[in-house]
Design a protein around this ligand. Sequence first.
Ligand code: PBG
Length: 337
Amino acid sequence: MSHYPVLRPRRLRMNQNLRRMVRETTLSVDNLIAPLFVRHGQGVERPIVSMPGHNQLSVDMAVREAETLAEMGIPAVLLFGIPQVKDATGSENYDPEGIVPQAIRAIKAAVPEMIVISDMCCCEYTDHGHCGILNAIDSPGYDSHLPEGYLLNDQTLEILGHASTVHAEAGVDIIAPSGMMDGMVGAIRQALDAAGFAHTTIMSYSAKFASGFYGPFRDAAESPPSFGDRSQYQMDPPNSREALKEVSLDVEEGADILMVKPALAYLDIIQRIKDEFALPLAAYQVSGEFSMVKAAAAQGWIDEDRVALESLYAIRRAGADMIITYFAKDAVRWLKG
Ligand code: PBG
């Protein structure tokens, strides 16, 4: 008998209750943040073809959705806006009557306890689809030392700071800058504090990679760049040490919550940041991560709930405290069994 093992890890896998008792990672509704896409109009619920089950919503419908999410126990929503008009500076982003400020006011009025986060970027609002102001010969901030079409960092910071105060004025709880501009957290913190919004929280997309996984989001937010891509500002996917550098800058500039995006292909980054920094950490399970699961499940090739929950657990296991996910509502249902 001596050649049989004494140590048998399988003992603890015998049944569901034993497995529950030794489970190392938890996933709960507390961890989930639901993204919402808001557009102008009334009673609008416009399906996002590449993201089955998700819609662009007018403000009244977004309020209803926020109420449903609140009833399910989901603590927070992340807002993206589809503007009426797009222009060179993305002016609807800092218009108090813009779509996101409207949605912030309406959701906070209807569901005051819902934490409302606004994605702070220019790309949904600019006619060129880039995340800031572009260098152009006929524009006020023109820099002859930089190529035409180069995204001007510091001019963009001015806009982000100003737009953040407009969203704060509308009542947003958390500003989430996602454009990967140098100094964006510091500029937004300064602008918020100067305008009397010292309590408004910043969740920084600290380590956001130039990723192909954002594909379906183009449909959702109607924000593809009209030329080139985002590689001059978002991080190069092979880099890991650089993510720590980006995070440490955000920490110095006053970020309250850090973020890694995308999630599943960057679990190592999540783990490194969690190990080295004490701030709460979010991970964004992005549109492509969602749509790949949906598409394969629709073919009958994988089980949607198993794969989605397994991915969410993996993101938690790597160290994310909160997860922005298009599976938020589904996950709550699945977790209830
Ligand atoms: C805006 C922004 C993007 C996403 C979130 N904020 C698009 C991009 O950076 O290209 C992607 C979210 C997703 O794919 O679910 N900068």
